[in-house]
Design a protein around this ligand. Structure first.
Ligand SMILES: [Zn+2]
Length: 254
């Protein structure tokens, strides 16, 4: 079996988190390509209606900026497919980024601009200095970068500072993608926000430095963010307080 990161990419969504199950994971990547295809210098968009394919391609305009932010060397143009499948109903996320394409479910359509940008972060993390980061941190990075390029960071910050203290299951911080994918929808949503706040505290340079240092466990990033607490950033021990039960690294099971 090939490496999970490159074969399946990263599963994600803002509202729907990772209830991806084995059969789901291995079925969706085999989905037939939608009929209509449009492309430009950025990439290709496919959908079941020409108008929708055009809309997807418009949303892909942020791709070069995302590639630049991530300092990615990836050069193959992204292919984004808009499916008629309701992934959440089938226990899956809004979208999935696999090795050679992004697939977005019907339930991702209302937030298409955001979902496309978020998935393109997963696309360009490959062949970037951020490649070694664990899936949970990659989800935080995808939120951070997608909201940045869409100019919506203030919206997410406001949501988080209003939320105040919230707790995240310790298992979200275990190494290993299986823990992340085992979270319920609601747990995954909180965990994604938590990881966004951690990426925000560390900044892209901080995340990159840790990744280049070989940090591959979520707690490496959490601890680094905690060490920066008190710097005056509202996310570093201020308004957003993470209640992470126990010490995830110590609790890690078999
Ligand atoms: Zn994601």
């Amino acid at each position: 079996m090939p490496d999970l990161r490159t074969s399946l990419g990263a599963f994600c969504a803002f509202l729907a988190a990772a209830c991806a199950t084995g059969p789901y994971v291995f079925t969706v990547p085999d989905h037939a390509p939608p009929d209509f295809s449009v492309s430009n210098e950025i990439g290709e968009a496919r959908a079941y209606e020409p108008k929708l394919a055009e809309r997807v391609l418009e949303c892909m305009a942020v791709a070069p900026r995302i590639r630049e932010i991530l300092d990615s060397d990836r050069t193959d143009p992204p292919s984004v497919w808009l499916l008629e499948l309701d992934m959440v109903d089938e226990g899956g996320p809004l979208a999935v980024c696999v090795a050679d394409r992004v697939m977005i479910g019907r339930n991702g359509r209302p937030q298409l601009e955001y979902v496309v940008a978020h998935e393109l972060v997963h696309w360009y993390v490959v062949d970037s200095p951020y490649a070694p980061i664990p899936i949970s941190v990659e989800e935080g990075l995808a939120e951070y970068v997608s909201f940045t390029v869409l100019g919506r960071t203030a919206e997410l910050d406001s949501d988080l500072t209003t939320t105040g203290t919230f707790s995240v299951p310790g298992s979200a911080f275990y190494p290993g993608e299986e823990h992340w994918y085992a979270l319920t929808l609601e747990e995954g949503q909180r965990a994604r926000k938590a990881m966004y706040s951690i990426v925000r505290v560390l900044g892209l340079e901080g995340v990159r430095a840790l990744a280049e240092d070989g940090a591959d466990e979520p707690m490496d990033y959490v601890d680094a963010a905690r060490a920066m607490a008190g710097s005056g950033d509202p996310f570093s021990g201020g308004s957003v307080r993470l209640s992470i039960p126990g010490d995830a690294s110590a609790e890690e099971g078999p």
